[in-house]
Design a protein around this ligand. Structure first.
Ligand SMILES: [Zn+2]
Length: 309
């Protein structure tokens, strides 16, 4: 028996349940990184503890998703309330992991290749969620995730994924250079302030390493479109509250810069990283489908135009 038979012997739900548990556990780790990394605390020590009474959380109270509901979101010792965000991140990464297993492992003829692509794509999705939540709170995209991510993306495309090292490498370099030139340095030259942050450029370079040109363009446009929609909703909501300030897309701070919360007082600060990450996530799961539909619609359009003459 060779290992590929595993996929035919065991039922699909077995792999999906395993992927869900694995994803939720990495969701737990994402929570630790999101809380501790921007505050320059170790992500390894100390073990998880209650933020209020500092009591270490026992392993049986630290089960992803379930413990939150068993304890009703409260500390067993002092009753302090935990944010639902913790369980939400674990649940989201559990479900995303199931989705990744479905489109990699269960579609693959070879167990080894399927499993390797599962780990690569789940790692990418994990980093998107973690980066989005850190950026939302701190206006910061950590180099510590993005730079190793670029290396993993290029290596994965060199040895395992079908795109190959050349497109991966060129898309990484070109994305970074193009964003710097057009949206950072060029934009600053024209308007006096950068239109995007250096963190956004590095994030798009990471998308290039994993997804190639098509994925970078998709994430950029899908992210900008959805960011604009949310921005417009925010303007309307703020007008209704009598506040006339427009939301501004916040340029990312460099990691050594200090965060000054009142730097643009009264403006709604909108980080761009979460929207770019959302765009990349959509590309991973439905990019092919959307691009295919778009190509079809465009084909019909061209056909109809031709029929007019
Ligand atoms: Zn407590």
């Amino acid at each position: 028996m060779n290992t590929s038979d595993i996929l035919t012997i065991l039922p699909p739900w077995y792999f999906l349940v395993a992927a869900g548990i694995f994803g939720a556990m990495w969701g737990s780790f994402a929570n630790v990184v999101i809380v501790r990394w921007p505050r320059e605390l170790s992500v390894v020590r100390p073990a998880s503890h209650c933020f209020s009474c500092k009591t270490p959380i026992k392993w049986f109270d630290n089960i992803p998703v379930l413990s939150y509901f068993i304890l009703r979101g409260k500390c067993r010792h002092c009753g302090a309330t935990f944010s639902f965000r913790y369980a939400g991140v674990e649940l989201a990464l559990g479900l995303l992991s199931v989705g990744v297993a479905q489109v990699t492992l269960l579609q693959s003829g070879s167990f080894e290749v399927g499993l390797a692509s599962y780990f690569i794509w789940f790692g990418f999705v994990w980093s998107l969620v973690t980066i989005a939540l850190i950026d939302m709170e701190h206006y910061l995209i950590p180099d510590a995730i993005v730079l190793p991510g670029i290396i993993v993306g290029i290596l994965a495309n060199t040895f395992i994924l079908p795109m190959g090292w050349m497109e991966s490498t060129i898309a990484t370099v070109v994305s970074y250079a193009a964003i710097r030139l057009l949206f950072i340095d060029g934009y600053r030259l024209l308007t006096g302030r950068p239109g995007m942050g250096a963190g956004d450029a590095k994030l798009l370079a990471m998308f290039g390493a994993f997804l190639g040109y098509e994925g970078v363009l998709f994430a950029l446009f899908a992210g900008a479109l959805q960011g604009t929609i949310i921005g417009v909703v925010m303007v309307i909501a703020r007008r209704r509250d009598g506040d006339l300030n427009e939301p501004v897309f916040e340029e990312e701070l460099e990691e050594d810069e200090d965060y000054e919360p009142d730097e643009r007082f009264g403006k709604a600060r909108v980080p761009f990283g979460p929207f770019l990450s959302l765009g990349a996530l959509e590309y991973v799961f439905i990019g092919d489908y959307l691009l295919h539909k778009y190509a079809l619609a465009f084909g019909h359009f061209v056909y109809n135009i031709q029929n007019l003459f």
